[in-house]
Design a binder for this molecule. Structure first.
Ligand code: ADP
Length: 479
């Protein structure tokens, strides 16, 4: 029997384009599902994607899309990368930009049109070839279930995954016409949201199934505190909502096989070599002092407010701190100001995959005071690289980081330091706990060695996805 075909669509996928965890998931989850299904990963061919490096070539398929009274040319490209098949959608409107979604401060004005066009292009793909299921990720792909419903002949089932409810694709009502969405969908049951158009609502309302990226976040988003205004709407659709924790790719994030490390390692001795090398690379000194790192977007979500309130105090202790990230300029400025008076704080602004791996390899603690966290990958990467994450126990952080006070070497879970309230006092307490743990070398080593051995891969979660894929498609057989 030939294998069933699944189309996996995302607005970014490592190594072609990456702004955060979605790209990691779009790289690693299709790989984990590949033994069960024939997967095609579909994403935009942004102008900065390195076509030659990845052997991306035109598939010789071009067509026009009529959207809102305008005609947009589309060309499809493709490549095989590490055993998987990729299809890239090229259209000048969608792709000829310096950034994926816009400069760090704000999104492009025409993102509604850009990503609506991406969804129309995927619909065209589904009309050309039969796919059992389309797995759609985040608001950039959320219109597709609505387009399929409206189109009427495509039988592909849909699973929509919410990676972060804080980004919903919210636009002025005028985009309805420009994107060719029928006004009949502009209702509270459809895409209307306080007078605006909300792309994510289309995914939630019309997909056959909805997942989000951890069980705790799946519960949290049904509450006013974390629901970003969609808690009521999600509650209506809760029967088809599931929380599945993300995994990390076991090869890409593996200290013993990491192609970004000069000295890959499989024990703490090797890690210490990496720490020394990283300290030499920076202006930081003192390899016996604990090294705290933060890698991530500078946004309120990631707890930058707490970081800024707290790192001056952390830096006044015997330690080093290294921060890599970019985002809101107010955080850049605040961090720079603090770092000026602390020589043990090293700042790197920007996005640098290779540097991030060297930092994971060097660090002793990973700071993650996120106000909310759908899943979070960085804490899992940190544990895999033998660090202790210090996390605000929300969302996926609560699901993936166990409290070190209850350390059990037989557990298959990773351990770290958890704090319950998003306050600088609680964060400081947790960091103090980190200093104590670091002084208790034997225990610290035991925990970090344990973390390194844990399996943070997709193995278990991929099985759950396969179960859901089967459930969705069986429903079609019977319905
Ligand atoms: P997000 O909410 O941003 O998706 P995740 O924890 O899910 O956060 O994933 C972030 C991913 O992006 C990780 O692979 C992390 O290492 C990477 N990352 C984040 N910021 C940077 C940066 N400035 N440079 C390099 N890698 C980064």
């Amino acid at each position: 029997m030939s294998r069933q075909k699944v189309l996996f669509a995302a607005s970014e996928a490592y190594p072609f384009a990456k702004s955060g965890g979605l790209a990691d998931v779009a790289y690693s989850l299709p790989r984990a599902l590949h033994s069960e299904y024939d997967l095609l990963v579909v994403m935009p061919l942004y102008q900065f994607v390195e076509r030659e490096r990845f052997g991306i070539v035109s598939l010789g398929i071009s067509f026009d899309i009529d959207m809102g009274g305008h005609r947009y040319p589309v060309e499809l490209f493709g490549c095989h990368y590490e055993g998987l098949e990729y299809c890239f959608v090229y259209s000048p409107l969608l792709c000829d930009r310096a950034f994926l979604y816009g400069p760090p401060e704000k999104g492009y004005e025409d993102n509604a049109l850009r990503f609506a066009l991406f969804n129309y292009a995927i619909l065209a793909l589904l009309k050309r070839e039969k796919y059992l299921l389309a797995h759609l990720n985040d608001w950039q792909c959320a219109l597709l279930p609505l387009l399929i419903k409206e189109e009427g002949t495509v039988t592909t089932k849909t699973l929509f995954t919410i990676h972060n409810l804080a980004y919903q694709g919210l636009f002025e009502a005028s985009v309805l016409e420009e994107t060719g969405i029928d006004r009949k969908y502009f209702t509270p049951e459809g895409v209307e949201f306080y007078g605006k158009v909300n792309f994510m609502k289309a995914g939630i309302a019309y997909a056959d199934m909805v997942t989000t990226v951890s069980p705790t976040y799946a519960k949290e988003i049904l509450t006013a505190e974390y629901g970003c205004g969609l808690e009521g709407f999600l509650t209506v659709h809760r029967e088809k909502l599931f929380g599945i924790v993300n995994g990390i790719d076991p090869k890409h994030f593996s200290p013993s096989a990491d192609k970004f490390l000069m000295v890959p390692y499989h024990d703490l001795r090797g890690k210490h070599v990496n720490k020394s090398m990283y300290l030499n690379e920076t202006d930081l000194a003192g390899k016996d002092k604990p090294l705290f790192i933060f890698i991530g977007r500078f946004s309120s979500q990631k707890g930058l407010g707490l970081m800024i309130d707290t790192i001056g105090w952390i830096a006044s202790q015997e330690c080093n701190i290294a921060i890599l990230g970019e985002g809101d300029s107010k955080y850049h400025q605040a961090l720079e100001k603090i770092a000026k008076s602390h020589s043990n704080i090293h700042l790197e602004f920007g996005y640098d995959e290779s540097l991030s791996h060297r930092m994971y390899a060097a660090a002793d603690f990973f700071l993650m005071p996120s106000l909310f966290e759908p899943c979070g990958l960085t804490q899992m990467i940190a544990m895999k690289y033998a660090e202790v994450p210090i996390v605000h126990a929300v969302g996926g952080l609560a699901d993936t980081v166990q409290d070190h006070k209850y350390f059990d070497e037989k557990s298959s879970k990773g351990y770290g330091i958890r704090f319950k309230t998003a306050s600088s006092d609680a964060f400081r307490e947790a960091v103090l706990e980190g200093f104590d743990l670091y002084r208790d070398k034997q225990r610290y080593n035991k925990i970090t060695e344990h973390n390194m051995d844990c399996d943070f891969s997709w193995r278990e979660s991929a099985k759950v996805y396969v179960g859901l894929y089967k459930k969705i498609t069986k429903e079609r057989d019977h319905g």
